[in-house]
Design a protein around this ligand. Structure first.
Ligand SMILES: Nc1ncnc2c1ncn2[C@@H]1O[C@H](COP(=O)(O)OP(=O)(O)OP(=O)(O)O)[C@@H](O)[C@H]1O
Ligand SMILES: [Mg+2]
Ligand SMILES: [Zn+2]
Length: 467
């Protein structure tokens, strides 16, 4: 038998095996079980999230020989014919290539006749937003009151382009993008069933590159299997994707936390030696900083336990404001790559900027707390947002900053145990003075801060900030 790509081979054949989209499955299952069936459904969502797949399951649910059911049998003639794409009463029309009013008229002419084999004639109009205005108008009346035996399923990646007259005649379901955790689990299950050896981290890269699309994830998986000659390994996959492995990024952050400029440059050199894209590296760095900030503010948003554990030391090490600034530096660094003398210079300049703007407590990640600072891991000198923060005081000679010690203890600030020294920036000034001078100083309004951050990242404020 000829090779079938994974996306087609593993297209879910029933609601139980569909990944995610629970809100849609629940509503459709209930309607099918109770017989309260609408005559037109609209599925919206980006590419490869299950629109066509759900449409086919729905067609089976309506036509299964066991009766209208949320659990089509999958073995009767109707179910098998729909799975094999040869059921006469299930018609998929691609509106991108059949846009005109004549195409719509031809479809509607046929719709009036009773089904040949099934219970219902199901018309699936894919990329429905591509229809012409005349074609939309031609279908309005039938869409409002179709014959008893006709059901419409419309699908689109661009619901904005659908006239409201059509929208109001349909039951609309927005399909969600696939979360990376779902993609990783699905790919892992498929590889196990296919007997293909794999490394879990490789799937993480694929899931990220798939950007929420299950089809893209499966296509990339096909490619990765071919690339790795029957194995899916992290190194091969990141090579194939041209992505910058997480190891490089974590190495950058380790060096940043330790104030080790040579270490940061060494990572850049390693990346250059492998011809990795510095643009992709800055993008991945921004994405990692975003995840770290999320781990600080809303740890529950990081669903993957392994990732949460890996991020934890960094969300301890960098304070919330610095992460905001670092993120800005990474995304602006991308913008500036085209202006840089070369990509290497642009990338390393961004790294140096991260270093220059770092409120420094030069201790390596995971090293014991320094006795004087009482809680100072690298950069952990300013309060992180989670619980236990006290308002920052000013001018009391202690520096006044509320600080988190290891294990979440709060030290410093007003009423702090005596002897808790103020956290210091590199030049020895108190942390508060640094924060006041820093463009994203905590006491300012958010909008001011954003503007100032931008200008700082653009360079204008750098002089006043880092000296
Ligand atoms: N929710 C899902 N669960 C499991 N697999 C899925 C899911 N969504 C998509 N897939 C996989 O991706 C493939 C393509 O999905 P589908 O054709 O349903 O996407 P689509 O939303 O119609 O995309 P497009 O807008 O590009 O037409 C399926 O064959 C299946 O392998
Ligand atoms: Mg589709
Ligand atoms: Zn059946």
């Amino acid at each position: 038998m000829s090779y079938q790509v994974l996306a087609r081979k593993w297209r879910p054949k029933n609601f139980a095996t569909l990944i995610g989209q629970e809100h849609v499955v629940r509503a459709l299952s209930h309607a099918l079980a109770t017989g309260r069936l609408h005559h037109a459904w609209l599925f919206t969502g980006t590419r490869g999230v299950g629109k066509t797949t759900i449409s086919r399951i729905l067609a089976k649910a309506l036509n299964c020989e066991t009766g209208v059911t949320p659990e089509p049998c999958g073995t009767c003639a109707a179910c098998r014919a729909i799975d094999a794409d040869r059921f006469p009463d299930y018609v998929e029309m691609d509106a991108a290539s059949n846009r005109g009013v004549e195409d719509m008229a031809a479809l509607l002419d046929k719709a009036v006749y009773a089904p040949v084999q099934g219970r219902y004639k199901v018309y699936m109009i894919d990329e429905v937003h591509m229809l012409t205005g005349h074609a939309f108008n031609a279908m309005l009346k039938t869409l409002e009151e179709p014959p008893e035996h006709v059901k419409f399923i419309l699908a689109t990646t661009d619901p904005q382009k659908i006239p409201v007259t059509v929208l109001s005649r349909c039951l609309q379901f927005n399909l969600k993008q696939m979360p990376p955790g779902h993609i990783i689990d699905h790919l892992g299950g498929i590889l196990e069933a296919e007997g293909v050896p794999f490394e879990a981290h490789a799937l993480r890269h694929l899931a990220k590159a798939a950007n929420g699309s299950m089809r893209d994830a499966l296509s990339l998986l096909d490619q990765a299997i071919a690339h790795g000659s029957g194995r899916v390994e992290e190194e091969q996959v990141s090579h194939m994707l041209g992505t910058v492995g997480d190891d490089h990024l974590y190495a950058v952050l380790d060096a940043l936390a330790a104030g080790d400029v040579a270490g940061m440059l060494a990572v850049a050199d390693r990346m250059e030696a492998r011809s990795l894209s510095f643009d992709a590296a800055l993008q991945a760095l921004a994405s990692l900083l975003h995840r770290i900030a999320l781990a600080q503010f809303a740890p529950a948003a990081i669903a993957d336990e392994t990732e949460r554990q890996r991020l934890a030391p960094y969300s301890e090490a960098f304070d919330a404001e610095f992460l905001q600034l670092a993120y800005q530096i990474a995304i602006h660094g991308r913008d500036e790559l085209s202006l840089a003398p070369d990509d290497y210079a642009g990338f390393t300049m961004s790294l140096l900027r991260l270093h220059a703007f770092r409120p420094e407590q030069p201790l390596a990640l995971g090293s014991p707390d320094d006795a004087a600072g009482g809680g100072g891991r690298a950069g952990a000198c300013h309060p992180r947002p989670p619980s236990g923060c006290e308002p920052r005081s000013t001018g009391d000679g202690t520096g006044g900053a509320t600080r988190h010690g290891a294990g979440g203890k709060t030290t410093g600030g007003k009423g702090a145990p005596s002897g808790a020294a103020p956290t210091r920036t590199r030049d020895g000034r108190s942390r508060d003075r640094f924060v006041d001078a820093w463009p994203c100083g905590g006491s300012r309004r958010k909008s001011d801060r954003t503007v100032e951050l931008r200008s700082a990242v653009g360079g204008s404020a750098a002089g006043s900030v880092c000296r």
